[in-house]
Design a protein around this ligand. Structure first.
Ligand SMILES: O=C(CO)[C@H](O)[C@H](O)COP(=O)(O)O
Length: 260
């Protein structure tokens, strides 16, 4: 399967021996491989959670294609963002919501980080609340990543742990979050739009405070519960014990791991 996407056949010019072609895959090609593998889990008649981001986008494109070919039928998609809603609508994927379909068969989504226990950081694309609501209602939650997303511990990439907060007194909430994780060297920053420097506003009309940790935050459930007890926090981007299947595409192929 992976070979269908391989490109480029650079050889090593420094090698005195004639070496076999070295196959290079871009990160986006790896994302596509993981996404297509996940769509193999989709069956006609399923209610599907449709994730958000550049990896999930490939899966949604594939589902749309299979529907248009009649290879999948009677699919109902529940989109996790307005962006995904737009993409899925443009592909004529029938859509619904949690009010009408409170139980989903399967969700497919990307992640920003995956730890060895398949705990996730999500939300760098800004859709964590809807993702958590929808993916929490799925019988099966398939996470699709390229290998750069694998970390030793949540926060291990040194990149953002997103927290959705109400706009009211967001500085107060950001300061409280920073103090909460002082021991982990937490720095909290409001997410702003690159184009105009204005606060990034989620689909739910909230802001996002990104937390940058210097150290491991320890017990993820305890940390998550603590954040949720702080008035002003709407939801955080740690998805603990939610993924049931992890698909990782890397230089050496694609692996599928099920949570025991
Ligand atoms: O949580 C998300 C969006 O809020 C995405 O799943 C996550 O950011 C991964 O994105 P990408 O597939 O573009 O790397």
């Amino acid at each position: 399967m992976a070979l269908a996407y391989l490109e480029s056949n650079k050889t090593n010019p420094t090698s005195p021996m004639s070496s076999p072609p070295q196959l290079i895959l871009t990160q986006d090609q790896l994302k596509k491989i993981a996404a297509y593998k996940a769509v193999e889990f989709v069956e006609s008649g399923m209610v599907l959670g449709l994730g958000t981001g550049s990896t999930a986008k490939h899966a949604i494109d594939r589902i749309g294609h299979l529907l248009s070919q009649g290879k999948l039928t009677n699919i109902i998609g529940i989109p996790t963002s307005t962006k995904t809603h737009e993409q899925a609508s443009s592909l004529n994927i029938p859509l619904s919501d949690l009010d009408t379909h409170p139980v989903l068969d399967l969700a497919i989504d990307g992640a920003d980080e995956v730890d060895p226990d398949m705990n996730l950081v999500k939300g760098r694309g800004g859709s964590l609340l809807r993702e958590k609501m929808i993916e929490g209602c799925c019988k099966k939650f398939v996470v699709i990543v390229d290998e750069t997303k694998l970390v030793d511990y949540v926060g291990g990439s040194g990149l953002a742990l997103p927290v959705e907060v109400v706009p009211f007194c967001w500085k107060f909430t950001a300061k409280k979050l920073e103090c909460m994780f002082e021991e982990a060297g937490c720095v909290a920053k409001l997410r702003v739009c690159c184009e105009n420097g204005e606060p990034y506003v989620t689909d739910n009309g909230n802001y996002v405070v990104d937390l940058f940790m210097k150290k491991c935050i320890g017990d993820l459930r305890a940390a998550g519960d603590k954040m949720l007890r702080l008035a002003g926090v709407v939801e955080h981007g740690m998805f603990v014990d939610m993924a049931t299947t992890l698909i990782v595409a890397g230089e050496f192929g694609v692996t599928v791991r099920n949570k025991c």
